[in-house]
Design a protein around this ligand. Structure first.
Ligand code: GAL
Length: 374
């Protein structure tokens, strides 16, 4: 079992109702509200990838655009497409364009920390958005309680095994984890192990292999999973997949071996593909992270920092998160997430995070009807 550095979330996570709609389909075409508190102050946002999860372009970008404009700010939101050098170049462009606040969700801590140092040297306030940059210097971090996200995944796997492999002892588990360069992947893993480790130790579960996937690359996740599965005689009882993108790749392999619907697979992000897989019974669970709440919290923080109102910014934080590499406590706003199985997929539609038409397709129509999703 790998040991992993621990960025401990020592914060009180607040329960959030997804205030406002979570709908990822807001248009970003509005103009900055000059009458707002932000007076059209420029704010830069650099997102990490697109291929690893539909969340970044489908949800974070439109919801951040809407929330930042509602604060009277003038956002410029770009995506590094998983390319570290592009991330740095995009950030440089925003620093040179004179943004007053910079929000970053970096592909790795090194580039995130170096961007933050450069921006702060120009007097720009930096917020680590969704991902904490270990060894960084950003004054604030806005995300979900990602250890708790991992615990929901661990619990989901155990519930799924009880349903799909009752009495199997030990139930054999393969773990397909996120990028080792993403501190969130470490936190998800640590949360999963809070639930699973005692069961590995007791012999209730047996770990076949745990494998982090560079860059969260879904393709790599699928081929790696297939290698481990065939190396284990095409046997597996449950799979931890760290997000819906990796879960989809795992399910494609399981289908090849006639194992879909028999082997619980975890996920996270409640993406349309992930929710469809849950409705089909191919994926046992996902985790719904109300990105509207995350975007609104980040926008409020950016607004306060843009106004130089550090007292207001400090008041928005609900605790601190330890950065063991930088040996510092980072003021944080951490939100809570929700375990989603087939039974409560409807709650994600009700939160307007996805529309029924995004997930009720030909082979999920019956499930939607049964579950009252319309
Ligand atoms: C994580 C993020 C997750 C997951 C992943 C892939 O940092 O918190 O939502 O999807 O990135 O992009």
């Amino acid at each position: 079992m790998r040991s992993r550095s621990l960025a401990v979330g020592t914060v009180l996570a607040v329960a959030v109702t997804a205030c406002g709609t979570n709908s990822g389909n807001t248009s970003g075409s509005g103009t900055a509200d000059p009458g707002g508190s932000g007076d059209g102050v420029k704010v830069g946002v650099v997102l990490p990838e697109t291929a690893t999860s539909a969340r970044w372009e489908g949800f974070d970008k439109p919801l951040l655009d809407k929330a930042l404009r509602a604060e009277g700010l003038d956002p410029d939101i770009q995506n590094a497409q998983g390319d570290v050098q592009k991330f740095a170049t995009l950030a440089d462009g925003m620093i040179n364009a004179g943004v007053r606040v910079l929000l970053i969700a970096a592909p790795n801590s090194e580039v995130g920390a170096s961007v933050a140092r450069k921006a702060e040297a120009q007097g720009i306030q930096v917020i680590d958005y969704d991902r904490l940059n270990l060894g960084g210097s950003s004054k604030f971090y806005v995300s979900f309680d990602n250890v708790k996200v991992g615990e929901l995944q661990g619990r989901g796997l155990v519930d799924g095994l009880a349903k799909l492999a009752p009495g199997k002892k030990p139930a054999e588990v393969i773990e397909i984890e996120g990028a080792p360069t993403d501190n969130n992947a470490t936190l998800f893993y640590n949360g999963q192990q809070n639930v699973l480790k005692p069961k590995y130790t007791s012999g209730e579960l047996k770990l076949v292999q745990s494998q982090p996937i560079e860059g969260w690359d879904n393709q790599k996740g699928g081929t790696t999973f297939e290698q481990i599965l065939t190396g284990n005689g095409q046997k597996v009882d449950g799979v931890v997949a760290a997000n819906d993108g990796l879960a989809g790749a795992v399910i494609t392999v399981l289908r090849k071996y006639g194992l879909t619907g028999k082997v619980p697979v975890t996920g996270q992000d409640a993406t349309p593909d992930g929710l469809q897989a849950v409705l089909r019974g191919d994926q046992y669970m996902t985790v719904f992270k109300p990105i509207a709440a995350e975007a609104e919290a980040a926008a409020k923080l950016a607004g306060a920092l843009a106004r130089g109102d550090t007292a207001a910014a400090d008041k928005l934080a609900n605790g601190v998160t330890k950065d063991p590499k930088g040996n510092r406590d980072v003021k944080s706003v951490l939100l809570t997430a929700q375990l989603i199985t087939r039974e409560n997929v409807k709650s994600v539609v009700d939160a307007q995070f996805v529309k029924a038409s995004d997930i009720c397709v030909a082979d999920t129509a019956a499930a939607c009807a049964e579950l009252g999703i319309k």
